[in-house]
Design a protein. Sequence first.
Length: 426
Amino acid sequence: KPFISLALGDPTSSGNFEPCPIVQQVCTTSPSLSTDTAGYVNALGTDEARQVIAKYHSSWKNPLVGIPSRSIDVDHVLVASGCSGVLDLVLKALLDPGTCLLVPNPGFPLYQVIAESIGARVLPYNLLPEMDWEMDLQHIQKLIDENIGKVRAILVNNPSNPTGSVFRLPHLEDLVRLCNNNCLPIVADEIYGDLTFDETRPFVPLANVALSSSLSSSVLTESITTTASVPVIACSGIGKQFLVPGWRVGWAVFYDNHVQSLKPVEHGAKQLAQIVLGASHVAQAMATRVLSAALPMHDNDGSSPSSLQAEMIMWQRDLRDKLRSNAEVVQQSLSKAPGLVVHKALGAMYSMVTFDPSEFDFLSSSPLDTATAGEKLSTLLLQEESVFVLPGSCFGIPNAFRLVFCAPAMTLQQALDRLFAFSQRH
């Protein structure tokens, strides 16, 4: 059987999704050979890139969500090599040996790798599959209480890799209240940002939620510069939302509170940035042009878009429709697969599938440790059906696997049919 991978989190790898239209225009008029982008770049990012990133975050609006946009000064923007590079700078500036970082479980393994590389450790907090993978706030509070004085921050990934969840606004507000009560900063991994496809569950930036929670509802009408009680470091990038992960341009935006809790962290991250001198000068120049063109699309201000912006809006709508369709195909194709439970994806490009090991003959017949059940299922699926998925143990959860639904419709359906046959056979 032909090999099919549903493992790689690169939306462009299968050729089923094309980057947004402005990317193609930027590439054909690339500044890569100009003298402007041939030299070294400011370690914090080019002035142009930082300015447009600040505008991009300050312009966020959603008429369906009753919270304000939030202005940010360019001085609080740091550009690095991809969102992973930004997280590396931020977490290394935030943590010290012996301190702790709250991270989602299941969650992206990079957080743990970075923390442990400097002698810190992670405290995984549960995401609840029966509640659309919402954060278990009681478990978070318990972890804080058990590690008083050691927890530096909580990392929140929304939309989520690997679960495909998108948190409700009231849930995010509950989290902000918890963080405020515990004087806990938030590191928001929002690399998937607006990559959502359920209109009832739009993406809302945590920095905006933190601000709205600090203000009276009577003033929530327009862009506000007031500081919030809970500091937020928003980490994002151009890679996933515009389908150019290979450009490796990410950024952190530091939203401090009134007592400047983030000041030493921001300073430390900027100092660490001097080591690698930021993202590629060429990539930053190209990313600047993409974000500049996307600004009217981002702020939903009702003005008439240019022809290119209209094309970008259509591209984004088509992208969301295709992701929604693929997510529904996964749900429908595996909903009756014996032993498997498919959890509905609302954003990003991932679905989590959980299973009961006792229902599978190759697992129930041996005293296998549950942490390896997902690995054994994934390995046997690859051997028998030539379909590759990532076991849940990669993300800290047993008895599960993650699949990426970015493949072309025919390829995706073929892989899901094989997965269904595998579950029936075993």
